[in-house]
Unconditional design. Structure first.
Length: 65
């Protein structure tokens, strides 16, 4: 289970890095969308980052090693 906790931590860090990049250049992170703006970047990468970080902490709390 240590592997899964590390995967969720890596996904949350990656999402927050993409969030920071998207705040400066939204078109770089939302190239598939018709309209790229900072609000969509915050909604997408912010929510993914928060959810994966919460899952990481839940796994740490439920499965202490």
């Amino acid at each position: 289970m240590y592997f899964f906790t590390q995967i969720f931590l890596f996904c949350s860090i990656t999402a927050f890095v993409f969030l920071v990049i998207g705040l400066f250049k939204p078109w770089a992170m939302l190239w598939w969308e018709d309209v790229q703006n900072r609000r969509k970047v915050i909604k997408l990468y912010g929510s993914v980052g928060i959810v994966t970080y919460l899952v990481y902490w839940l796994l740490i709390w439920i499965l202490p090693s």
